[in-house]
Design a protein around this ligand. Structure first.
Ligand code: GAR
Length: 206
């Protein structure tokens, strides 16, 4: 059976959605760069292997990335899924996992990459917001898009209400993207992803 390793930094609700999705793949381990990440306890209580790699224990980014890669490669996973992993990864790491490293970001990329995407969306007054699962490339929150889900922005939305609406969609699309990957339904070319499906293209959800 194929397998994946999940990288987290915090709450781990997307990790949990992947655990509950009955995926055609085994979650081999959960790795966190934050010892205090609440998601670690969730993973442990469900019997998953967890690893903590604290960047403060390494002299520089390259050394941390190298250690992270070693920890991942010990499981020889087919896929590495970033699920709220809030640390920039160096070019060497990203190219090592080219085509098998994916991320979820809470905006309709390429709009609002980086931190506070919901705040940015409210500031810009957009009427439609959402989330994106994409292959990771060297640039933060960029890379070939696998699936997106859109939500409406309501006039009385706060960052919190908007984040909650988007998060519900994140929990739908991330397992879907991983399922497609595991079933070899994603064809990645330079900057685009083709999802093969005999019936319809459902890579946009509302
Ligand atoms: C999620 O909203 C995820 O999309 C976001 O962090 C949150 C983590 O929540 N990721 C990013 O912003 C990456 N740039 P979770 O720990 O409950 O899954």
């Amino acid at each position: 059976m194929k397998s994946l390793v999940i990288l987290i930094s915090g709450r781990g609700s997307n990790m949990q959605a992947l655990m509950e999705a009955n995926l055609p793949a085994r979650i081999a381990a959960v790795i966190s760069n934050k010892p205090e990440a609440p998601g670690l306890e969730t993973a442990r209580s469900r019997g998953y292997e967890t690893i903590v790699l604290d960047p403060r224990s390494y002299p520089d980014r390259e050394a941390f990335d190298q250690k992270l890669a070693e920890a991942i490669d010990a499981y020889a996973p087919d896929l590495v899924a970033l699920a709220g992993f809030m640390r920039l990864l160096g070019d060497n790491f990203v190219s090592r996992y080219k085509g098998r490293l994916i991320n979820i970001h809470p905006s309709l990329l390429p709009a609002f990459p980086g931190l506070h995407p919901h705040r940015q969306a409210l500031k810009e007054g957009v009427k439609v917001h959402g989330c994106t699962v994409h292959f990771v490339t060297a640039e933060t929150d960029r890379g070939p898009i696998i699936i997106q889900a859109a939500v409406q922005v309501m006039p009385d939305d706060t960052e919190e209400t908007l984040a909650a609406r988007v998060l519900r969609q994140e929990h739908r699309i991330y397992p879907e993207a991983v399922r497609w990957f595991m079933k070899d339904r994603l064809k990645l070319s330079d900057n685009s992803v083709e999802v093969s499906d005999a019936d319809f293209d459902n890579s946009v959800l509302y």
